[in-house]
Design a protein around this ligand. Structure first.
Ligand code: SF4
Length: 332
């Protein structure tokens, strides 16, 4: 395509964390095509997040192939931040003339500008995976990657109502949708968060989906936490994360959202690659045990889960203190 596109539709990733890590590439598109109408097409689990991204011209929420095809009709250019054949097929069926993305999952022939998946990430954040795709297809990227989110005031107001008063909160996000291997035990979160909350005169707040209710109940019992698991919409979750003094979390969607909001984050890492999916932002630290088998990327641990079981609450708490003191190199 030689003429500048008038409309660009970006198919967002389906996972919250990936949506955050692709924000710098989204901003690169905005900068490269300042006059185009730039919209995001996303699943319901992710779409509301883009309400915290200024400079977008529209958000189209879709569920199912038929809705996706209908939502994509009329765009001059479609950009895939997803990796699946199905999302490329939807763009083709919608008649989007220019279809850009990685040639993965057998979809190369459906794309008009196809990037080759990097053989290795080189130990870099996944932020650069999305940017490398744009660079390969001829879209300029420049400047330091900006993965920030701006919490709308209305979302903060809703969050304050849920929090029910108080000024200081230590958050805990004990879930990890990917699998059990990524989860640090809830009792350890309770010990670390309880310690930090007592030191800071704060209340512990647990966030997550309904699947995290057992962990939320445990934290409520062990350290008097306010359990919000399964009780927040995505905007309310973003509002709560923006109100926290600190978040202790597994490698999860809330981890990435909190980091993007500028909330201090300490993330426990076990089987996943901390170099690729660590929270992206200045006020973050990771706590991990340097076991020989990590990163294995297993969903469930086939041995004794030593990467998480050996990580003591006192170490996580000390990592958080160092981060809050503003010391660099807060990784443990
Ligand atoms: S194999 Fe090692 S890194 Fe993977 S989950 Fe088990 S203990 Fe953790």
């Amino acid at each position: 395509m030689n003429a500048e596109p008038k409309t660009i539709g970006v198919r967002a990733p389906n996972w919250l964390g990936d949506a955050v890590l692709s924000l710098p590439a989204l901003r690169d598109l905005r900068a490269a095509f300042p006059a185009a109408r730039l919209e995001v097409v996303a699943r319901p689990a992710v779409a509301p997040l883009y309400g915290a991204v200024p400079a977008l011209d529209g958000i189209r929420e879709v569920k199912g192939l038929r809705a996706e095809v209908a939502a994509l009709r009329g765009f001059d250019v479609g950009v895939l931040f997803t990796n699946s054949l199905g999302t490329a097929l939807a763009m083709r069926l919608a008649g989007v003339r220019e279809r850009w993305g990685y040639a993965r999952d057998g979809r190369g022939l459906l794309l008009t500008r196809a990037a080759r998946r990097p053989a290795a990430t080189g130990g870099r954040s996944q932020v650069f995976y999305y940017r490398a795709m744009l660079e390969q297809i001829g879209v300029a990227t420049s400047g330091a990657p900006d993965a920030s989110l701006t919490c709308p005031e209305a979302w903060r107001t809703s969050a304050r109502a849920l929090l029910g008063g108080g000024e200081h909160f230590v958050g805990v996000a004990p879930g990890a949708a990917y699998g059990g291997a990524k989860r640090w035990p809830a009792a350890r979160f309770a010990a670390a968060a309880g310690l930090l909350a007592r030191e800071r005169g704060a209340r512990v707040v647990v966030v997550g989906t309904a699947a995290e209710r057992p962990a939320g109940a445990l934290l409520a019992r062990e350290c008097g936490a306010l359990d919000l698991c399964g009780r927040t919409s995505l905007p309310e979750l973003v509002g709560v994360l923006a109100e926290l003094d600190l978040l202790l979390t597994n490698d999860s969607g809330p981890m990435h959202v909190a980091a993007a909001l500028g909330t201090p984050v300490v993330a426990t890492f076990g089987p996943t690659d901390w170099r690729e999916t660590a929270p992206f932002g200045g006020r973050t630290a990771i706590a991990r045990e340097p076991v020989e088998c990590a990163p294995c990327r297993f969903r469930e641990c086939p041995i004794d889960h030593r990467c998480m079981e050996r990580l003591e609450p006192a170490r996580v708490a000390e990592t958080a203190r160092a981060l809050l003191r503003g010391e660099s190199g807060g990784r443990a």
